[in-house]
Each structure stands twice: as structure tokens, then as C-alpha cells.
Design a protein around this ligand. Structure first.
Ligand SMILES: C[S@@+](CC[C@H](N)C(=O)[O-])C[C@H]1O[C@@H](n2cnc3c(N)ncnc32)[C@H](O)[C@@H]1O
Length: 337
């Protein structure tokens, strides 16, 4: 086989074998190898002893990942972390550790049923688990914590996008589907006169108390439990939805937005942070997220026109969509007076 990665057959081979690389990255992360190597290179014997792994098998996995740039074999049988591998550590400011563990422990197996989705339209995860992904998740507290941690660290730019939003006229903000409160906590830290409510499902929102306290904003924040398919906290002048509506189909989005419209003070602002599908082929990141939505749940990534349709159909006014300094877009609307 040729080694020129630009040849179509070599590019395709990389795609075909991608699942093996996903597993290799997952295994070393689960064993904690990247964290062990933050102190410096170590011989495989010690890495295997510390992680309780089978030495020769782990050596072969580390060698493969060294070829891919995740580790570097600094001398025979001694491995070091590279900048790429550092993203798998707990302590990296751009850590994808939780995202990696969550993805592999929730999406990986169901994606084996993507052919079923292609034939029927049913999410692969629903077919694989025998229940919706959200129902499956709700019954697994350890996965809930990992899912929220993964969302909080899901992209190096989400925080930058949130920081670019103007909240100056907001008195009380409800973060709809606010998970463990990470997003709300960072907003309240930047806006010292603002009050906030983090709203999410009961089994998800219970970790928010620690996060809000750790950020020193707990005196200005409340935690509300519930489902946005029933109602949302009333009386606020701003509602924030970050990576929420792309999880749901149009009908489900309309229900969520109509509950916000019914609960909000007249004139309230609705601010939505999402990706937008461009008219031509989407950037791979957005297209991959759409594939995740397809296989996992009922949602999808939307174009500008599709966002406008769903938001105006929900009865919200002043639809506006603007890029942020990141790949995410800010979609704004107001609750009519
Ligand atoms: C993709 S995560 C986004 C989390 C967070 N907003 C962020 O930007 O990282 C979707 C969130 O919606 C929450 N969620 C799902 N179904 C919900 C429901 N019926 N009511 C309220 N929240 C829900 C999930 O628990 C999860 O925290």
C-alpha cells in the first residue's frame, strides 16, 4: 500500500479504520495514560504497572497512537505526551477527556446501527438501547455526570462565544437546559448585577449547586428542576438556549419555544447559541454534529432559513442571526409584548 496520505485510497483507508483509532484513543484515556505522562516520559513497564494494563498490548496501542502523533516514543519503549495527547488529560484547559469518554461510552455502540437509521429514520441509539437516548441517560447517574462534564468542555470556543453575548439589558436570565450550571456561572461572573436560574431535568441539575458555589455566584442563582416539554421558569426577561434546539425536531422545538413565550415577561429576549448549516457543503465539524444528531436523537443542524422558520412559527419576533467570533452563531428573537 502507498504511504501518500493524499491519495484517495489512502484517505478512504483512514476513514474505514477510523473506529479503531477511536477505540485506541478511548482505551488510553480510560486507563489514564495521558494524565500519568504529564510529569514526563515513562517506560512502558511503569505505565502498564500504574494503569494495571497488559504491558505488551498497551505498548502496541501506544506505538499506533505515536504514529498518529498522540504520543512520542522518545527512546525504545518509553513514551512521552505530545501537544495532541495533552488534550486527553484531565488538567488541560482544552481537555477533551470527558468528551472522549462520554462519546465512546454512549455513542460508539449505537452507531453500529446507523444503517437502521438510514433505512427507517429512527435514531440508531433508540434502536440499539430500546429507548430514547434521553431515557437511557436518565437511568445512569454516572453517565449523566460525564455527559454534563463533556458538554461543559465540548469546545474550546463555546466559552468565547458566550463571552461575546451582550447581556447588558438583562435582569434575570434563565439558562434552559443549563446542565451543571457551568455556562450560567460564567455569565453571572461577568455580569455582577444579573440574577440567574439554571433549568434542567432533575437528575441533571443536581450537580449545579457545587458549580455555582465554586464560581462564587450561588447567592445570585437559583436551580429549577423540570422538563421544558411541560413548562419553564416564569417571569424572566431573558432566556438562553445553548446547544438545546439542535437536539430536537421542529415540532419539539416549537413546544419548547412556545413554553418560553408563555412564561417570559413580554418583550423578553431569547438568545440561542447554535451552529448554522451553510447553503453549500457544511464544514466537517457542523456536518459531523448533524450526523451525531441523526444517529443519537431526533435533532439536526439547521440552515438560517430553517432557524427562522422554527422561531417565527413559535410566535417570536425580531429574528436575527449573527456570527460570533467562533464557529457558533447567536440567534436572537423577542417575546412579543
Ligand atoms: C447538549 S446539552 C447542552 C447543555 C448546555 N446548555 C451546554 O451548552 O453545554 C442538552 C441539555 O438539555 C437538557 N435536557 C434534555 N431534555 C430536557 C428536558 N426535557 N427539559 C430540560 N432540559 C433537558 C439535557 O439534560 C442537557 O443538559
Amino acid at each position: 500500500m502507498s504511504t501518500d496520505a493524499s491519495l484517495p485510497q489512502d484517505q478512504m483507508m483512514g476513514m474505514i479504520q477510523g473506529f479503531q483509532m477511536s477505540q485506541a484513543v478511548y482505551v488510553v484515556t480510560k486507563l489514564g495514560v495521558p494524565d500519568i505522562l504529564t510529569e514526563g516520559p515513562q517506560p512502558i513497564k511503569e505505565i502498564a504497572a500504574t494503569t494495571g494494563a497488559h504491558e505488551n498490548s498497551l505498548r502496541r496501542i501506544l506505538r499506533t497512537l505515536s504514529s498518529a502523533g498522540v504520543f512520542q516514543e522518545v527512546e525504545p519503549d518509553s513514551f512521552a505526551l505530545t501537544p495532541l495527547g495533552t488534550t486527553l488529560t484531565k488538567t488541560s484547559p482544552f481537555s477533551l477527556r470527558d468528551m472522549n469518554l462520554m462519546t465512546m461510552e454512549t455513542l460508539y455502540a449505537p452507531f453500529g446501527d446507523l444503517l437502521h437509521t438510514a433505512k427507517t429514520g429512527e435514531p440508531a441509539a433508540k434502536h440499539y438501547y430500546g429507548e430514547s437516548f434521553w431515557e437511557w441517560l436518565a437511568a445512569r447517574p454516572e453517565q449523566v455526570a460525564q455527559f454534563s462534564a463533556a458538554m461543559a468542555s465540548s469546545s474550546s470556543f463555546k466559552q468565547e462565544a458566550i463571552n461575546s453575548i451582550d447581556w447588558s439589558s438583562t435582569h434575570t436570565l434563565v439558562d434552559i437546559g443549563g446542565a451543571d450550571g457551568t455556562n450560567l456561572a460564567s455569565i453571572l461572573q461577568r455580569e455582577p448585577s444579573m440574577q440567574g436560574i439554571v433549568f434542567d431535568l432533575p437528575h441533571v441539575v443536581q450537580s449545579a449547586s457545587n458549580v455555582l458555589t465554586a464560581h462564587g455566584v450561588n447567592t445570585r442563582a437559583e436551580i429549577h428542576k423540570g422538563s421544558f416539554f411541560e413548562s419553564v421558569p416564569p417571569g424572566a426577561d431573558a432566556y438562553f438556549l445553548s446547544s438545546i434546539l439542535h437536539d430536537w425536531n421542529d415540532e419539539e422545538c416549537l413546544t419548547i419555544l412556545r413554553h418560553i413565550k408563555a412564561a417570559a415577561t413580554p418583550g423578553a429576549q431569547v438568545k440561542i447559541l447554535e451552529f448554522v448549516m451553510p447553503p453549500d457543503n457544511a464544514p466537517l465539524m457542523t456536518a459531523m454534529l448533524d450526523l451525531t444528531m441523526l444517529g443519537l436523537i431526533t435533532g439536526r443542524e439547521r440552515s438560517t432559513t430553517e432557524w427562522e422558520t422554527v422561531i417565527t412559527q413559535a410566535g417570536l419576533s425580531n429574528f436575527k442571526i449573527t456570527p460570533t467570533p467562533t464557529p457558533l452563531f447567536l440567534i436572537e428573537a423577542t417575546v412579543p409584548n
